[in-house]
Design a protein around this ligand. Structure first.
Ligand code: NAP
Length: 632
């Protein structure tokens, strides 16, 4: 039902962005002329790329209001998806450029124009036929919740094992000051569970966590979760083709349950990396990692050291700087950070009303954001073999990034040429994860902030001493030092066929999986956010999760509908996928010899990231190829 509350509509229209508003007008009315009129003012997918004159916006609002009131008065149903030719024109107009046909399935899945989730895997059998099966899911972060929702929908019995006391995963554990998301959150949310209440375009941790809590409650998932319980081991028993999954609760009690499928949703960034600094244990004050923030410690008025300048440090540093006596930042290497005008922008009441009360607005807005932050950059992250300055950039587009970001940094640090020399990275942009400037550069020029790039030599009871001999007296140390990302599934003992463990196959830090999901020799074991699936060119981790959940649901359907007890990935597709992954990475920015990042293992192989475009990974995982498996 379209509302006839004019005051509410006026509020909604006052906050509506031009591109989604344009798409709604055309969608609801079929009036194509609006595309000709408005498209020339939309130069790109972000809302700050549009320059439509105010008079034109007023006309759009007036027309849309009339259209909406007509729908409200007549009660006629909302239209279906626009015809193909019109849809293409609308999409292109909305983002300021053509949309290749290959993206259409992805767009349909993300917008869900008819409110139906096309990623839901259909079944030929009745839910009662799934009784007696058990899937164990490890982790109740966003991936675990998404998996649980889809298992529940399909009527597959399951248990989620979660080491924390509640859901949320990374958004529960990371509670450091300033913690928030870097992906626009109207896209960074489950496609089938949009949220119209985000108060910011890039919301902070509490809201993200609250979203996960709400999702868990709405789908009644908590009753399936064993909280404060860890999976210590999962051992495949070939005699009955089941996984023996050992759990340990917070009181140390252990229990083993038998599962038909073992699904890891532990993510890549769940074990903090604590560097082995000489003397760290002797430091007299508080020391804690960003992902284990000790809220009982009041840092106000203290001299604080922060080690690490990645995504977490970028958020903590500027947030605590105004309150501490002094902040000394220890930078091992500089990171690139881009500015986004929406990064600190609130979602006003008008835009929130538009999301809630203008039909299709939220869907077209999601499309716009998806396009803004997905595959657009991918091509520019490949090495041009003829590029003359390969150490500092990859190609012309990458050099332009370098120039633009460097100019931006200059604009922020002003005449502090000492800082400029430290913070402009020598390696190409995107070599490490691209950060979003959280007032970082501005905070570095504060009187009470020092950035040192001299390596740490040792830590004493009340100071950090750098190699140049400088003694930085501090009262507290924040370790913004990242995670043990490459040691996937660690420290669980995971043992497949023939007594072979996952560490036997992967070593400490060389994980591989077919599609990042399945590993030969580990039947009925599936991973979400597994090896080679982290997104570093763009996109949302939740997008990949949903692709993986669809694939896993097809695997489970295959088992349950064919009566097979086990499916084991064949070596050939696994090896072919990984050969393609490695070969693609070899030519991309994350493998650049001049950059250290958490994507590479000790041998220099990029193990965490996907080198593929979202649209490619979607295609690879869309349909299960049963020829990739042997069945028992
Ligand atoms: P990170 O990107 O791995 O950064 C760790 C920092 O600690 C780096 O600056 C690193 O230096 C430094 N470091 C590590 N060991 C050190 C040592 N021994 N001595 C001195 N410095 C050391 O970790 P993170 O910042 O926690 O971020 C990890 C990932 O989590 C991000 O890339 C992102 O995917 C995700 N994340 C996202 C958000 C968001 O969406 N806003 C926020 C936080 C985290 P080097 O650079 O020299 O290695």
């Amino acid at each position: 039902m379209v509302t006839n509350d004019e005051a509410l509509l006026d509020l909604a229209l006052s906050g509506a962005d031009v591109a989604p508003m344009l798409m709604v007008i055309v969608h609801l009315s079929g009036e194509e002329h609006w595309l000709d009129e408005v498209a020339p003012f939309i130069a790109g997918p972000w809302n700050f790329h549009e320059s439509a004159p105010e008079a034109l916006k007023q006309r759009m609002r007036a027309r849309l209001k009339a259209i909406l009131l007509d729908y409200a008065a007549t009660g006629r149903p909302l239209p279906p998806e626009p015809p193909a030719h019109l849809l293409h024109r609308m999409l292109a107009a909305g983002v300021g450029g053509p949309i290749p046909e290959e993206y259409m399935p992805m767009i349909r899945e993300e917008t869900m124009l008819d409110d139906h989730d096309p990623k839901t895997v259909p079944w030929r059998t009745e839910p009662k036929d799934r009784e007696g099966f058990l899937a164990v899911v490890v982790g109740a972060g966003v991936s675990g919740l998404c998996m649980a929702i889809k298992l529940q929908e399909a009527g597959i019995p399951f248990v989620v094992v979660e080491r924390n006391a509640t859901v949320g995963g990374t958004w529960l554990e990371n509670a450091y000051p300033g913690c928030g998301v870097d992906t626009p959150n109207h896209f960074y949310s489950l496609s089938f569970e949009p949220n119209h209440d985000w108060t910011e375009h890039f919301s902070k941790r509490d809201e993200l966590w609250a979203y996960m809590e709400r999702v868990a409650d709405k789908y009644d998932i908590r009753r399936h979760i064993r909280f404060r319980t860890e999976v210590t081991a999962a051992v495949y028993d070939e005699t009955n083709e089941r996984w023996a999954v050992t759990l340990r609760d917070a009181d140390g009690r252990t229990e083993t349950i038998q599962a038909n499928a073992f699904i890891s949703a532990v993510g890549q960034l769940n074990r903090p990396s604590i560097p082995d600094f000489a003397g760290l244990a002797d430091f007299a004050g508080p020391v804690f990692h960003t992902a284990r923030w000790d809220a009982s410690q009041d840092l106000r008025g203290k001299r604080v050291a922060m080690i690490g300048t990645g995504a977490s440090g970028m958020q903590v540093g500027p947030t605590i700087a105004p309150d501490v006596a002094h902040l000394t930042i220890f930078q091992r290497s500089a990171h690139w950070a881009v500015s986004n005008p929406n990064y600190h922008a609130a979602v006003g009441p008008g835009k929130m009303a538009a999301l809630k009360h203008i039909p299709f607005y939220a869907k077209w807005y999601r499309f716009q954001l998806m396009w803004a932050s997905s595959d657009g950059l991918h091509a520019s992250l490949h090495v041009d073999p003829d590029w003359p300055t390969p150490d500092t950039s990859l190609n012309a587009a990458n050099q332009k990034f370098r120039d633009d970001i460097e100019a931006y940094i200059r604009s922020q640090v002003g005449d502090r040429s000492d800082l400029l020399a430290k913070v402009v990275p020598p390696y190409p942009p995107y070599g490490k994860r691209m950060l979003r400037d959280n007032h970082w550069y501005k905070s570095l020029v504060r009187d009470n902030v020092t950035l040192t790039d001299d390596p740490i030599d040792r830590i004493e009871a009340d100071a950090i001493v750098t190699k140049d001999g400088t003694r930085h007296a501090v009262d507290a140390i924040v370790l913004a030092t990242g995670f043990e990302a490459q040691k996937m599934l660690w420290p669980m003992h995971v043992q497949g066929r023939g007594g072979q463990t996952i560490r036997d196959v992967w070593g400490e830090d060389n994980p591989r999986a077919h599609l990042g999901i399945v590993v030969p020799g580990f039947p009925n074991m599936f991973m979400l956010y597994g090896p080679g699936t982290n997104l570093a060119h763009g996109g949302s981790a939740i997008y990949h999760t949903e692709c993986q959940v669809r694939y896993i649901m097809q695997c489970l359907r295959e088992l349950l509908e064919t009566g097979a007890k086990a499916m084991d990935c064949k070596r050939e597709p696994h090896d072919a996928f990984n050969a393609l992954l490695d070969a693609t990475h070899a030519n991309m920015v994350w493998a650049h010899r001049g950059v250290g990042n958490w994507y590479k293992n000790k041998g220099g192989r990029v193990v965490t990231n996907s080198p593929f475009r979202l649209v490619d990974y979607r295609r690879m995982t869309e349909k299960l190829d049963r020829n990739d498996f042997t069945f028992a």
